[in-house]
Every structure is written in C-alpha cells, then in structure tokens.
Write a protein of this length. Structure first.
Length: 290
C-alpha cells in the first residue's frame, strides 16, 4: 500500500490574484456545480439578465427536482450590495418562475461575522445559503474548497399548535380517502412498531402523523388518497439514500427540500412487496429523530 505524502498547502485570495478573477471562478462552478456542496446540480444559465436589475451570476437547478438556486459570487468580503443583489435576483426569479422552488445563494471568500448576523435575520423568511469559498494552492495546482456557513432554514415537519387545532379522527380520513388506504397506513404502523412499540397513528386534518404517549413524533407521516398512500420520510438528502430509492422499484416522487423529506407513492401491495426496504428507510429516519 502506497504511503500518502504530506503536502503543505497555501490559501490564496482570488480577489488579489492577477489571473484568477470572478469570471474564472464562475467558469469552475459552471463546469462542476457540485463543488458548492448543494447536491447534484446542473448549470441552467449564466450572467442571466434581470429586468432593470443587472445580471445573475449563475442559475443552477437540481438534476432530479424542481429546485433552483440563484447564485451570486463575490471575491473578497461580503458587503451590503452583495446581499441586496442576491436577494433581489432570487425574488425576481421566484416571481417569474413560481413553479420552481427557489433558494438564494451567496458565495464569497470572506463572509464576516457581521454580515453573517445580518443574513441570519432573513433566513426565517427567505431561503438563503451562505458559502465561504477558499482557494487552495498545492504546488503548481489550485483547488477550491467550499464551506456552508449558513444553511437554508428547514421548516419543522409539523407545528404542534396547528396539530392541536386540526386533530380529526379515523372516520374523517376514511371518508376523505378510503378504507383500503387507511388499511395501508395500519400496515405501515405495524412495521414502525418494530422500531418503537408505543407508536400510534395521530389523525390530523392534512395528514396522518405519529405520536408516542400523545406527543407528536413525526419522523414519518402519511397522506392517504383514494387509491394510494403517500409516505413521507423525514431524512436529510443523500446520494446513497437517493440511489437506494431509485433502485428499489417503488414510485419515488421528488425530494421535498423545503420540508426535508423523501416522498413515495405506495400502491396496493407495495408495503408487503417492499417491506424490508421500507422498514430500513423508516429506521434511518427514526434514528435521526431520536
């Protein structure tokens, strides 16, 4: 086995570099958007003209879902204009293309604590990601390392106050969906009770959740329809999980990044057919929630 050789690196500031400018950086991100650490993204547009508002540096889109990222790149430190421009472009794009789920992204070499505090104020109402980029020199080569210093605020799966106001019963769901899809939810509950025997179904107005001792524990929820059952499993998105789902044979819907869950459309017979896989998937969510 070959011994790894230690090589000392040097951080360089692109803002002060003669040849490596913002256009060079945009080229590198456009060639390989994965360096930002935002998932499997593709370049949708670059220097995208905004009505009466300049140009958006990069528009990236998730390869598997309807999620778009409005990316603004700045060499050196963040400043007020950079933040305003990023939010303005995000707002224009989401209004022009409301069918997509939009996230504003700031990429800079130095995101100061002051501006990080300012950005954090917006993150409750504006989906915003801040990424600090470091250019690393190794010999005669250069590499880019991105660190997410502020992530998009992930909404809670449920609001407990809402649950108190919107509790229903099984009869409500049997009328709204069907007895057969409620039976599928029962079947799923039996699998969940292999993880925790005290789990029970909790009937809410917009979904069927889980509870333990009367308290919500919604790492998994169900949305019954007339002929099928939508299973939502709250898990951080990962390439491994997505790959497992893609090869499972199940009817997998888009990942819901806003609520942080995988969504699967279950037809009659799917629970029995994919029992082991579903139990394993829900087990991961149970472990993350514990």
């Amino acid at each position: 086995m070959a011994t790894l050789k230690y090589v000392k690196h040097e951080r360089i500031l692109l803002k002060n570099h003669i040849d490596l400018d913002e256009r060079w950086l945009q080229d590198r991100i456009g060639e390989d958007p994965s360096i930002l650490g935002l998932g499997d993204l593709v370049l949708k547009d670059r220097e995208r003209i905004q009505p009466r508002a300049g140009r958006l540096d990069l528009l990236l889109q998730d390869a598997e879902t309807n999620k778009r990222f409005e990316v603004e790149v700045q060499l050196g430190k963040t400043d007020e204009a950079h933040i305003i421009r990023t939010i303005e472009y995000w707002d224009i794009e989401r209004k022009r293309y409301p069918q997509y789920d939009h996230t504003a992204v700031i990429v800079a070499e130095d995101i100061t604590s002051r501006f990080l505090n300012v950005i954090s104020l917006f993150n409750g109402s504006i989906p915003l990601v801040a990424i600090q980029l470091n250019a690393i020199k190794l010999g005669d080569s250069i590499s880019l390392v991105c660190s997410k210093v502020l992530d998009e605020l992930q909404l809670g799966l449920v609001d407990e106050d809402e649950e108190v106001q919107a509790v229903t019963d099984r009869a409500y769901w049997e009328a709204r969906a069907s007895k057969s899809t409620l039976a599928m939810a029962d079947e799923m509950l039996r699998e969940l009770r292999t993880l925790d025997a005290d789990l029970e179904l909790k009937y809410n107005k917009f979904y069927i959740g889980l509870a333990k001792g009367g308290q919500p524990n919604n790492f998994v929820i169900f949305r019954p329809k007339k002929d099928w059952l939508r299973l939502e499993v709250r898990l951080d998105r990962s390439d491994e999980t997505q790959s497992d789902l893609n090869s499972s044979g199940l009817d997998v819907m888009d990942y819901d990044s806003r609520w942080g869950c995988y969504r699967i459309r279950l037809a009659q017979g799917d629970v029995a057919k994919h029992r082991d896989f579903l139990r394993s998937l829900m087990g991961k969510a149970f472990a993350e929630a514990s």
